[in-house]
Design a binder for this molecule. Structure first.
Ligand code: 5GP
Length: 118
């Protein structure tokens, strides 16, 4: 069981943004942008590689609702999922990082020499 399952079960508190029967959105404990939300399915799915298109359909609509609720639909946002160890995934329960509230830096990725990644 991951820490996110404990959050879903209410065993660990979270700063909730939105919830329905299938999904939960809450503030990241260590924000990397003015607004940093984690969006998760309530069913246990390890990561993006494991998720079904059906779950992703609901997660997409839920994520759009969260973005609108926080006003991020107006100026934009970044949506990231880290998949597995090379992707930097630390919590093995599928989650999307919704980042916004400022113009986010991208140059550190787009200007990089791809050879430096390996
Ligand atoms: P990952 O590296 O797996 O993509 O991201 C995991 C995220 O979960 C990190 O951004 C981390 O700050 C966040 N996180 C880890 N534990 C907790 C917690 O107990 N509560 C909340 N709200 N966020 C957490």
């Amino acid at each position: 069981m991951t820490i996110f399952t404990k959050i879903i079960n209410g065993e660990i508190p979270c700063n909730k943004v939105l919830e329905n029967d299938d999904f939960l959105a809450f503030h990241d404990i260590n924000p990397k942008a003015p607004i940093h939300i984690l969006i998760i399915p309530k069913i246990e799915v390890e990561n993006f590689q494991q998720v079904t298109p059906e779950t992703m359909a609901g997660l997409t609509a839920f994520t759009q609702e969260v973005a609108t609720l926080l006003g991020l639909d107006k100026n934009g946002y970044r949506l990231i999922t880290n998949n597995g160890s090379d992707g930097g995934q630390e919590v093995m329960h599928l989650h999307f990082h919704l980042l916004g509230g400022a113009k986010l830096n991208w140059s550190h990725l787009s200007d990089s020499d791809s050879k430096k990644f390996i």
